[in-house]
Design a protein around this ligand. Structure first.
Ligand code: THU
Length: 133
């Protein structure tokens, strides 16, 4: 699947992000090696700290269905109707990625107008992980 197609799925998912407090809506699409795509959205909470980021929502959905191997994730976010130019994953989500993905895991940022490619090892160098290469 190409980067733009995965980002289109992320942007579609973003529409139903539950972000009544920050109004910053995030959507993502996680491509498993099986070929299945798992979407994720941020899910906020009135007491704030239980908030779950879009990326962790997608990983937890996938892992809870038995997936342990992943190729790529497309992430988009922002306050507007259209996603910002770039919404980088938070540190906690990067650590969750490191639990299941090697350094070459592809992280696609941007929006459907333009996408940017990064790898997990670029965004989380020297990570604490059993999967380190
Ligand atoms: N958020 C994500 O969903 N993913 C990230 O990587 C960064 C932040 C969410 C959490 C919160 O609901 C909102 O964006 C503002 O921080």
């Amino acid at each position: 699947m190409d980067d733009k197609t995965l980002m289109e799925i992320a942007e579609k998912a973003r529409k139903i992000a539950y972000a009544p407090y920050s109004e910053f809506k995030v959507g993502c699409a996680l491509l498993a090696k099986s070929g299945k795509v798992y979407t994720g959205i941020n899910i906020e909470n009135a007491s704030y700290s239980p908030t779950n980021c879009a990326e962790r929502t997608a990983f937890f959905k996938a892992v809870s269905e038995g997936e342990h191997e992943f190729d790529a994730i497309a992430i988009c976010g922002g306050k507007g109707k259209k996603a910002d130019e770039v919404c980088a994953p938070c540190g906690v989500c990067r650590q969750v990625m490191a639990e299941f993905c090697k350094g070459d895991f592809l992280i696609i940022l941007g929006n459907t107008d333009k996408t940017y490619r990064h790898t997990l090892s670029e965004l989380l160098p020297l990570s604490f992980s059993l999967n380190r290469e």
